[in-house]
Design a protein. Structure first.
Length: 489
């Protein structure tokens, strides 16, 4: 193959609502994407527990690799914290439990009695969230599956194991478990021992760019891929891959990886483990090339997705394009809620929960779906503002621009409202940031592109469509609402 000919890389990108296989064709100066297969990710309630349908997801991965055609390598990224348990023979011990399941209710409170929150944060730097892997493992203690387990694989590592037969634990995803020390990049052994968590369940750690094995013969037969096809470790937490694909031209930037969740923060060289950081509920997750993703989790477009689902079931208006157009004309900042409120974590009847949150706050309730959409987007913009302001204050890293990547980059109203709320220019795109970060780590491992994050981001700036939003001059109303009781209680 001539040196200038593009090489093809397959990104398996599994999100909370759908999975995709995207082929990236890369040269030293170009990146082209082709989504070859998309499939739903629909969790299933069984016996009162919410599970991921992991075999359906794996089938989608195989179908996508079949559609991909010849590729140089494969990389996998997914959401964080969830895992599968394997028996000694490598067989799966039941479908993985969904992070939105209620099994961890009350577990964080029990942990506080053993490990005070400041001590837990100092050891791991991870924000409090009831679905963290640490709490899931404690909730599973004594269950037949955990008692029989010989191996625990986080979701992208499980997919990689099924493709290659080789087990590992990718570092960026491991850093979300609340069991890793972000200063050393190794497990927090003393904490795990204190809580009775067996870290030997996790296979050895590996980093983005490391080899993860080669595709097995039966997978080659099922997909039509030609031997050998390496699987390359990428930033397997999808946010790690997305942040690697932020097309910044300075280190003075904030990012919002906006999809089902909004992950808003800054990129640092070292974690921030102060008590103020813990109180602000910021997390220190590891990124590609030894970086720290210092960020806050916000509910994100999950709020809007669940509203659309409810309205569709009720036979009400649920066309997103029309609702966004009407929301743009709705009264701004009339109704707002705390978009980080755990009350919005579970599925079902989101419009009523938003209305109830407005009632509790003593504010006006949205009168129709368009006003509910405007409430969601205004509230997300305010949450983005708060996260970015707090990230700067706590880390000392000041920013001049906000980059929105992921599916939220397509939402023009949200992007403009975020610029207005933050008083900073917003650069939106790329929308397929997680897949791009995945693909470019593979391309770098294959020697197709060189350099560090700066070179990768420079390539993205000249190859990806980006949209720029300028904030409005008058921020007085945003300042007033941000200082109000709903968001400062």
């Amino acid at each position: 193959m001539p040196p200038s000919a593009p090489r093809a890389f397959a990104a398996v990108d599994l999100g909370a609502s759908s999975g995709r296989v995207i082929v990236g064709r890369v040269t030293a100066g170009s990146v082209g994407l082709d989504e070859v297969h998309r499939f739903p990710n629909e969790p299933v309630h069984v016996g009162g527990t919410l599970h991921w349908d992991v075999l359906a997801l794996y089938r989608g991965v195989l179908e996508g690799l079949r559609a991909a055609g010849p590729v140089t390598s494969v990389g996998i990224d997914t959401w964080a914290v969830d895992y599968g348990l394997l028996a000694a023979d490598g067989s799966l011990l039941g479908n993985p439990v969904h992070y939105r399941d209620a099994r961890t209710e009350g577990v964080p409170e029990r942990v506080r009695q053993t490990v005070p929150p400041p001590e837990l944060y100092a050891a791991t730097g991870v924000q409090h969230a009831p679905f963290n892997t640490l709490y899931q493992l404690l909730a599973a203690r004594g269950t037949p599956q955990l008692e029989a387990a010989e191996r625990l694989l986080l979701m992208p590592d499980l997919m990689s194991y099924w493709l290659t037969g080789t087990a590992g634990t990718e570092l960026t995803n491991a850093s979300t478990t609340q069991l890793l020390d972000p200063r050393t990049g190794d497990w927090a052994h003393a904490l795990a021992a204190h809580l009775g968590i067996d870290l030997s369940l996790f296979p050895p750690l590996r980093r983005p760019g490391d080899p993860a094995g080669e595709v097995l013969p039966d997978v080659l037969a099922a997909t039509g891929l030609r031997h050998p096809v390496p699987v390359v470790t990428v930033g397997s937490h999808d946010t790690a891959s997305a942040v690697a694909a932020v097309p910044a031209d300075t280190d003075r930037f904030a990012y919002i990886s906006c999809g089902t969740w909004s992950l808003a923060g800054v990129e640092l060289d070292a974690p921030v483990l102060t008590e103020d950081s813990r109180a602000a509920n910021f997390t220190n997750e590891l990124g590609v090339d030894g970086t720290v993703r210092y960020l806050r989790n916000i509910m994100g477009l999950w709020l809007l997705q669940e509203c659309l689902r409810s309205w569709k079931a009720a036979g009400l208006e649920h066309d997103l394009a029309r609702l966004l157009a009407r929301a743009a004309q709705a009264p701004p900042l009339r109704s707002v809620v705390d978009a980080a409120d755990p009350a919005f974590l579970a599925p079902h009847d989101m419009p009523e929960r938003i209305a109830e949150a407005c009632r509790r706050a003593g504010g006006p309730v949205p009168r129709d779906p368009a006003e509910t959409v405007r409430c969601v987007l205004d509230s997300l913009a305010l949450a983005h503002r708060a996260a970015i302001e707090d990230a700067q204050r706590l880390s000392g890293r000041h920013v001049d621009v906000v980059h929105i990547v992921g599916g939220g980059a397509h939402n023009e109203l949200l992007c403009q409202l975020t610029a207005d709320a933050c008083g900073l220019p917003v650069v939106a795109g790329p929308a397929e940031a997680a897949a791009l970060g995945n693909i470019l780590v593979q391309a770098r491992a294959a020697g197709v592109i060189g350099g560090g994050r700066t070179a990768v981001r420079s390539l993205l700036r000249v190859t990806q469509p980006l949209r720029h939003y300028t904030p409005t001059a008058d921020r007085s109303r945003w300042n007033e609402v941000a200082a109000g009781p709903v968001l400062t209680r």
